[in-house]
Design a protein around this ligand. Structure first.
Ligand SMILES: *Cc1c(COP(=O)(O)O)cnc(C)c1O
Length: 425
């Protein structure tokens, strides 16, 4: 499509956008009495207006029923997590039995590594991307040490080539082959948090399996953002947080995927707790653990229902819209933002370098941009003028035009504010 850098054109795209009215389903912070242009849904999604009712419902049930709420609440608390199975499995391309919600992301990855990182003297290496999200790096190091291995030897990072911003698929595949039999686990972020690069989960998973490794994914920036087919891709396990693209609120509960092929494998270690116990027998308080079938068998504790409630509100909203519609708009609005950036680039002295891949297959709802010749003052200017973005030193901004609540007119408006910010004395 031929884009134009005009307000009229942006408004026309909004008029054709089937998701445009969803903007009204979210609460925006205000700056100078106007709703902000929100580019940080990859960090903390906006609050859906309907979320409060889901939390109030639990509060009311607690007030009226107290302990009886476990079984007699409108949505009983004891199996509240089962409400996620259908809608969440559609978001990540899984069978309902393969997903569950619990804990938080890094905690879940640690727990899944208990099952899927079982190093032996000959097979102990972990493959990850260089500059992985810090929490993942700390996790790998502590896991490797916990098992008595040396992180410098056991953790293998795939690097970007000199002068390139993204990691090449061919380099990942070659590295997997090179490590071969020694490779115990591949665990990579499905979408890189810094560059927005989307990895080929299917091909990488296949390659890992070929050398006998387990393959898991940190889907923090992928869940609710890209098309996932975790079941068909035969991913062993995955986990994601729900507060980024999934709009569930700060630090909220994480989702997990465990492939069906592992459900009956009781050889896999699990750190167990009573919520993983077979639900028919859970309250018999018997000493022997015989887990629930499926991913729910990895549950540990009594559910944190007050944190699951906002996540449920969000998951039901995704179900209403469907990933396909979100992805269609995502591609168009990201392309429009890219166009706007190039247009503004021509009008100002600074130069922009978009480090996110150009190829639509390798990117999603994020453009990371080097603003050469600009500094922190520009970021402050944007924030003061109602553009919420994320600044990384020295001069990278990450822009995530989230299809649920960003409009094409926002992209146009952002371009104008950016230009004024650069030209400001
Ligand atoms: C956001 C993010 C996390 C955050 O982990 P928490 O345990 O939820 O704090 C982890 N990994 C990646 C790749 C992330 O982007």
């Amino acid at each position: 499509m031929d884009f134009q850098n005009t307000r009229e054109f942006a408004q026309q795209l909004d008029a054709q956008d089937k998701l445009h009215h969803y903007k009204n389903e979210f609460i925006f912070p205000q700056v100078n009495g106007r709703k902000v242009i929100y580019f940080t849904g990859n960090s903390l999604g906006l609050q859906p207006k309907r979320t409060k009712a889901y939390i109030d419902e639990v509060m009311d049930d607690w007030a009226k029923l107290a302990v009886e709420g476990h079984f007699y609440a409108e949505k009983p608390w004891w199996d509240y997590h089962e409400r996620f199975a259908e809608p969440l499995s559609k978001i990540v391309g899984a069978l309902p039995s393969e997903v569950t919600v619990m804990n938080t992301l890094t905690v879940n990855l640690h727990l899944l590594m208990v099952s899927f990182y079982r190093p032996t003297e000959k097979k102990y290496k972990i493959l990850c991307e260089s500059k992985a999200f810090p929490s993942d790096q700390y996790m790998f190091e502590s896991q490797v040490k916990f098992h008595g291995f040396n992180p410098d030897d056991a953790i293998v990072e795939i690097h970007r080539r000199e002068g390139e911003h993204n990691i090449r698929l061919e380099d990942i595949l070659a590295k997997i082959e090179e490590i071969g039999e020694e490779l115990a686990l591949v665990l990579i972020g499905g979408v890189n948090y810094y560059t927005g690069q989307v990895f080929d989960i299917k091909k990488i998973t296949e390659a890992g399996h070929k050398v006998g490794a387990y393959v898991g994914w940190d889907l923090a920036h992928a869940a609710g953002n890209i098309k996932l087919d975790l079941h068909d891709w035969e991913v062993d396990f995955a986990a994601w947080c729900s507060y980024k693209y999934m709009n569930s609120g700060p630090g909220n509960a994480s989702g997990c995927f465990i492939h069906e092929i592992h459900h009956d494998n009781y050889e896999l270690n699990r750190f167990s707790g009573w919520w993983g116990q077979n639900k028919e027998r859970r309250f018999l308080m018997e000493p022997k653990f015989s887990p629930e079938k499926g991913a729910n068998g990895w549950q540990i504790s009594n559910l944190p229902v007050l944190t699951l409630a906002p996540y449920l509100a969000s998951v039901e909203m995704f179900d209403e819209v469907g990933m396909n519609a979100l992805i269609e708009k995502r591609n168009q609005i990201t392309a429009y933002l890219e166009f706007i950036l190039h247009e503004i680039d021509k009008e100002v002295e600074s130069t922009f370098e978009i480090i996110t891949p150009k190829n639509q297959e390798e990117r999603a709802s994020q453009l990371s941009v080097f603003l050469h010749g600009e500094g922190r003052e520009l970021f402050d200017y944007l924030m003061k003028n109602g553009v919420i973005t994320d600044w990384r030193e020295p001069n990278v901004i990450r822009l995530a035009p989230v299809p649920f609540y960003c409009s094409f007119e926002d992209m146009y408006e952002f371009g104008q504010i950016l230009k004024a910010g650069i030209q400001a004395p």
